[in-house]
Ligand binder design. Sequence first.
Ligand code: ADP
Ligand code: MG
Length: 330
Amino acid sequence: MNPDPPGSIPGSEFDLIRRFFTGLGPRRADVLLDVGDDCALLGIPAGQSLAVSIDTLVAGTHFFPDCDPESVGHKSLAVGLSDLAAMGADPAWATLALTLPRRDEAWLAGFARGFGALADCHGVRLVGGDTTRGPLSLTVQVHGLLPSGSGVRRGGARVGDLIWVSGTLGDAALALSLIQTGEVVVDAELRARLDRPTPRVALGIGLRGLATAMIDLSDGLAADLGHILVASGVGAEIQVTQLPLSEVVAARLGSGVDWTLPLSGGDDYELCFCAPPERSGSIRALGDQLGCRLTVVGMIRRAPGLILHGPDGAAINLESSGYDHFSHDP
Ligand code: ADP
Ligand code: MG
């Protein structure tokens, strides 16, 4: 009797790839060769550049090991799409390197559902990957397209530009701190801000030609805006009373003085961008069209550094300005 081809052995690596990772996201004419060969083959239209970004999520570091797999699938793609958004790129393809401690089909099915649903929303096709055994971790590379020369970089901010942020800040960090302290049952909407962030893809694309510099907020506004300031060779002033807060974060801050939640809380995946004041009308129109809250929080200035003005006008000092994986190493 002939042995089964590897792909048909139930539960084999190839069987898992076929069942869970083939056909995720919409078919695209520019996918010349899909999952299943040594490489995927992808067509890049003339006049377009490829934007590429890769992120790893490690269980226990980036998500709770018992987090529902659908959320993990969503977030593993969302963080990459957020990077594409911050460049103004249009998402096209993704690849996925998945390391799993054991064959857990229910987990894989949930993961693929979460990943696939977000991929469908943004027209992204999963075109390849790698599947290995080991401690749970997911690495997703995303590929996007933009007209050559049009990427919105971090280094373009100019003195006098207004600083904008999308959405609200600090929700994901509040959810995380509530879960960690086990204080209360975290409401589903707040929890979703941590587990299922919304990458601002349409906003990023719409800001091509409007924003002078842009970054997505993964490590907190102070740290991420800091990257724009260094890359652009400028400084900035932020009015903390103008930071856009959800009701739940605002209630948490109350009249207190702890601004670290919206300033240093990570995982919001909102966009922070700069633009000259005369573009504000177009930017507001874009926000209205997309139903996306956009708020001016400060201004770029010549002197380097970030000045945070508190409610009384006095400067605020931030002890921690964002998450750094290696900051605790000797
Ligand atoms: P190779 O040994 O040539 O690297 P693999 O056995 O790793 O090939 O993978 C076989 C095919 O399945 C390849 O096309 C690869 O891109 C795809 N693949 C493997 N794992 C995944 C995954 N987790 N998601 C999507 N595609 C995958
Ligand atoms: Mg391989």
